[in-house]
Design a protein around this ligand. Sequence first.
Ligand code: APR
Length: 177
Amino acid sequence: MMISIIEGDITTQKVDAIVNAANSSLLGGGGVDGAIHRKAGPELVHECRLLGGCRTGEAKITGGYLLPAKYVIHTVGPVWNGGTMNEDALLASCYRNSFAIAREKGLRSIAFPAISTGIYRFPVERAANIVRDETLAFMKNPGSVSDIRFICFGRETCDIYRDVLADLTSDHEDIDH
Ligand code: APR
């Protein structure tokens, strides 16, 4: 199992699936959602429209269209509300459900952004610990998945991820923007 933390833009990742930090409409937005839709082209939102939205913590898969990734797994993270609104469990289920779709689909490689830690304001270190727990759990039954990447957009997130996930990563690299 290859686990890597990469500083860069998830839309450039040539993997079977990239995960999108979407909103419940699945019709695009800002942040990584906006970047993914811009790169994928208009076919992506056309397919998303057929999905009827997505609940927080859930995940749904679509084609990748003009992206180098074959698929996009859209998941909706929780908005941070101080930690008393089940945010930890909802964020954990974003990762668990995205991993499960990759395994069910027989994918080999998957790349995640730091879900909920941007516009949704989830604290990065707390999120990274949830990522670590869910990745360890998934590794007990990874199916076809052998390449897991965490794509951090910015040094601060990258440093926190590298610290929290140090014992899991067999490799990490810097990608020049
Ligand atoms: N590649 C990788 N990571 C990115 C990229 C990119 N191109 N662009 C942004 N990010 C990072 C952000 O820096 C942050 O660390 O993705 C992480 C998640 O931030 P957001 O994209 O703001 O997502 P989130 O906090 O989950 O908020 C979701 O924002 O874009 C809207 O429609 C989306 O309403 C939803 C909300």
